[in-house]
Design a protein around this ligand. Structure first.
Ligand code: HEC
Length: 299
């Protein structure tokens, strides 16, 4: 059954500073409404022409459906891996094109997608250029809710993000570049890489290949989907960076065991484990989070 996998929702962002593959297609400009009219209106925030900082704009499904949508078969999305859903055709708009249609400011180089369960996916420009994420609106020609009813699969709608064929670019220790696959997307936010990842940089200076910096890369792609620092990241877990930092410092064995297999520590845990993480990967994550407690102590 797909539902459990979808419970973890990922979202994306769009960028306009990198040369984007789809730049050639003409895209109309969407008009944002200051109020919500329907439950499936998409919320839009951040670096968007005409939108005040902190303001929320709304765009309807009908308006989104007028964009030049593309249809493609999904090859290897873990959310569509079982026999009934394998090889589905999805219809949607490339994420970078959605950002352009929303009026993304030229400096915006990261898009994030927030899900109804507060899971959040982040799409820096390099990810978008490499993986070509698609903001999906239909499955096999119908809206996700109708498809879910027909197939008795989980309903990832009204919006989700997927890829025609995701191929990881690299591995950091035993962590493979993580596909960002949010479902039940509620909000798209336009931001910058600097504003998003800057506050998460480890306290202190470290060589690029050091365990701390490797831990930073892993935390950004993985933990940040459900853990947060102020208004950066997902808050599905209810635990912020400070709590993870304290645990990594005060109870490193607990921190590592929880990261690998939460249910081995707490049978009621909801977090999914990371059984593929080896000792070096866990040590890198621990070293990264510990830098935040050092920073606190110096003050
Ligand atoms: C898909 C969502 C999700 C992701 C991704 C995620 N977590 Fe969690 N995490 C949770 C939730 C939810 C909890 C709250 C307890 C529970 O239900 O498991 C939690 C709790 C924890 C705790 C226990 C905190 C406590 O209060 O005892 C630790 C430690 C932790 N996470 C570490 C990590 C690390 C490290 C990463 C990245 C490698 C990570 N998590 C990625 C969802 C997530």
């Amino acid at each position: 059954m797909a539902p459990r996998r979808f419970a973890v929702c990922l979202v994306a962002l769009c960028l306009s500073v990198l040369p984007l593959r789809s730049q050639a297609r003409p895209i109309g400009k969407l008009t944002l409404s200051p109020t919500r009219h329907a439950a499936d209106d998409l919320e839009v925030t951040g670096m968007i022409a005409g939108l005040q900082p902190g303001a929320v704009g709304y765009v309807s499904y009908a308006e989104l459906a007028k964009l030049p949508l593309i249809t493609t078969t999904i090859q290897n999305d873990a959310n569509f891996a079982d026999t009934k859903s394998r090889g589905v055709k999805i219809t949607g708009i490339p994420l970078d094109e959605l950002a352009r249609a929303l009026g993304a400011l030229p400096a915006a180089d990261l898009i994030d997608a927030l899900c109804t369960d507060h899971y959040r996916s982040h799409y820096p420009a390099d990810y978008i250029a490499a993986h070509y994420p698609i903001f999906a609106m239909q499955i096999n020609g119908v809206r996700p809710a109708a498809w879910a009813k027909q197939t008795h699969e989980y309903d990832p709608g009204p919006y989700f993000i997927t890829h025609a064929n995701y191929v990881p670019r690299y591995k950091v220790l035993s962590h493979e570049e993580e596909p960002q696959l949010p479902a039940n997307i509620e909000r798209i936010n336009l931001n910058t890489v600097a504003a998003t990842y800057g506050p998460l940089a480890p306290h202190g200076s470290y060589a690029p290949e050091s365990p701390v910096m490797q831990g930073f890369t892993i935390a950004r792609q993985n933990c940040l989907r459900c853990h947060f620092a102020n208004d950066i990241g997902g808050y599905k877990s209810g635990r912020d960076w400070r709590i993870l930092a304290l645990l990594s410092r005060e109870q490193p064995k607990y921190f590592e065991r929880y990261t690998v297999n939460p249910k081995s520590v707490d049978p009621h845990a909801h977090m999914e484990g990371n059984p593929s993480y080896d000792a070096a990967t866990l040590a890198a994550l621990t070293a990264y989070f510990q830098t935040f407690t050092e920073g606190t102590r110096k003050k």
